[in-house]
Design a protein. Structure first.
Length: 259
């Protein structure tokens, strides 16, 4: 069975996340149905990882095994014709059978957008915070969130069922006009983990917690990260890496500038 690597962008607002679920509309479910319509026969898809309900993607990666080969341009055109407008396959590539969208990946990056003003157009893609934010305090506190640590207080995943230890390679912040951008790069991410990291940093920026208290939030009994979970609307899966990430690349708004 020929295997194809698919690069997909989607607006997650109307979906219950990436992963197929019973009685819920998901991005993977829509993609798989479109692939069956486009290619015929039985099709299974595997994503590089799940995203929470309402989270978006600039370049989610999936692989699919088809019953018969198709030219990649034909596959992309047919699948996009069958997909809703808020999901789009950017490209398809024929890959070796050993390639796996999840297991072959070595890193992922997410970008979160915080809006510093109310917006009529970008609400589904930002978190608008009314209060002034101390960016210097947020950047200082971010250092405590980088490295290899047990992020069980930052996730609803069960540590008895899967490891909650994660390597966060870097956390960058940038201000572009009226947006605050936060990029997190790591080996992988747990359910709600990035949103809770952002929520903690926002609380530091608002002065609700002191940056020096952030290391204590890794305590197994800490409930603070869960209480501070940032909305899904501002989060984008930016890139999935199958080779080590570059040392740096531009941190720009995923969709539009907010002046």
């Amino acid at each position: 069975m020929p295997r194809y690597k698919l690069t997909i962008e989607f607006a997650g607002t109307k979906y219950s996340g990436w992963q197929i679920q019973r009685n819920a509309r998901t991005v993977q479910g829509e993609l798989q149905a479109a692939l069956i319509k486009a290619a015929g026969g039985r099709v299974e898809t595997y994503g590089s990882g799940r995203t929470d309900a309402g989270v978006h993607a600039l370049a989610q990666i999936a692989h699919a095994d088809l019953q018969k080969p198709l030219p990649t341009d034909t596959l992309v055109a047919r699948v996009n014709d069958a997909l809703p407008a808020d999901i789009n396959v950017l490209e398809a590539e024929r890959v070796a059978p050993r390639f796996h969208a999840r297991h072959s990946a070595v890193a992922r990056s997410y970008v979160y957008q915080i809006a510093r003003r109310r917006t009529a157009f970008a609400k589904p893609y930002v978190w608008w915070i009314r209060e002034p934010l101390d960016l210097a305090a947020m950047e200082s506190a971010a250092h405590a969130l980088v490295g290899f640590a047990d992020f069980r207080a930052f996730t609803d995943d069960d540590p008895d069922e899967k490891s909650t230890r994660v390597l966060v390679d870097r956390l960058q912040m940038a201000v572009v006009d009226r947006l605050i951008l936060i990029r997190v790069v790591g080996s992988h991410f747990l359910w709600k983990m990035v949103r809770r990291m952002v929520g903690v940093l926002a609380a530091v920026g608002r002065g609700e917690i002191d940056g020096s208290d952030v290391p204590a939030l890794f305590s197994q009994s800490s409930e603070t990260p869960a209480r501070l979970t940032a909305p899904a609307s501002g989060l984008f899966l930016e890139r999935v890496f199958y080779e080590p990430p570059p040392a740096e690349w531009p941190l720009d708004p995923p969709l539009l500038r907010l002046r």
